[in-house]
Design a protein around this ligand. Structure first.
Ligand code: G3H
Length: 256
């Protein structure tokens, strides 16, 4: 008698969690590298994790990207009134599809939860000079001050190459990333497979490292093609939650 023991998702979650060393891992069915709709499953699971962590008087920071978008899109407003909760973008705008920009997602979340928000109406990677003057704008200064006090940070994890292309990076930068063996991008940082930061996008000019250390991280990524990138950023999600799909989880366990 041949018996197949299908490994349950919980078993896979625990294996990935133990390997990456993060506090919580959620694995949803599917592989987003094969079916884009799987991001909806990730979004639903991650929105529940996010809701569990929102308290009165808290500040939520988030980045853009299609997976983050699905988190906020899937979120079902709970029957509670939040007091003094704010949501802010963790970065400026990428040359992204507008519906996936951090600002857009911030306002979606604010509308769903009935909470306050700040926007960052500046592009990513401004020149140093432009950035210095923009930061003197009181409104932008206030947003940055909030961001630095964030209690929760929701972000996507991308492949280095793909993210660089999405930002219309030139040939020279692509070669630089290749030379540095960059495999992952998250929060504007590019990482090699050992988790070392090999490049920092200028963004709004604050050190997001501080935010990563003081805020509870919730990272979302789907697809077997993102396995290497997820492994590379494991150190920044150690104290937090990682929501991925089966495609990514199985591949992570294969390449470990
Ligand atoms: O930094 C990484 C990106 O947020 C990932 O974007 O979810 O659209 O793949 P994505």
């Amino acid at each position: 008698e041949v018996m197949y023991h299908m490994r349950g998702l919980h078993e896979i979650e625990e294996e990935v969690r133990a390997y990456l060393g993060c506090a919580k891992v959620v694995v949803v069915p599917g592989d987003a590298s094969e079916r884009e709709e799987v991001k909806e499953n990730i979004g639903k699971a991650a929105s529940e994790v996010l809701l569990k962590h929102i308290r009165n008087d808290c500040i939520i920071a988030l980045t853009g990207g299609s997976t983050s978008y699905h988190v906020i899109h899937a979120l079902k407003k709970p029957n509670v009134t939040y007091e003094n909760v704010l949501v802010v973008p963790a970065r400026g705008s990428l040359r992204n599809h507008v519906e996936y920009q951090a600002n857009t997602i911030v306002s979606m979340l604010a509308n769903k939860l009935g909470i306050g928000y700040h926007l960052l109406n500046i592009p990513d990677n401004l020149s140093k000079k432009a950035l210095d003057s923009v930061r003197e704008e009181p409104e932008i200064g206030a947003t940055i001050a909030c961001l630095l006090k964030a209690n929760l940070i929701l972000f996507g994890i991308g492949n280095a190459d793909e993210m660089a292309k999405r930002r219309n990076s030139d040939e020279q930068f692509m070669t630089f990333l290749h030379d540095k063996q960059a495999v992952a991008e998250a929060l504007g940082y590019y990482f090699n497979k050992n988790g070392e930061i090999v490049y920092t996008s200028r963004s709004i000019g604050i050190k997001l490292e501080h935010v990563i250390q003081s805020a509870y991280p919730i990272a979302v990524a789907g697809g077997s093609k993102k396995a290497e990138a997820i492994v590379a950023v494991k150190d920044i999600i150690k104290k937090g939650s990682l929501i991925i799909d089966e495609g990514a989880a199985n591949r992570i366990l294969e390449i470990r």
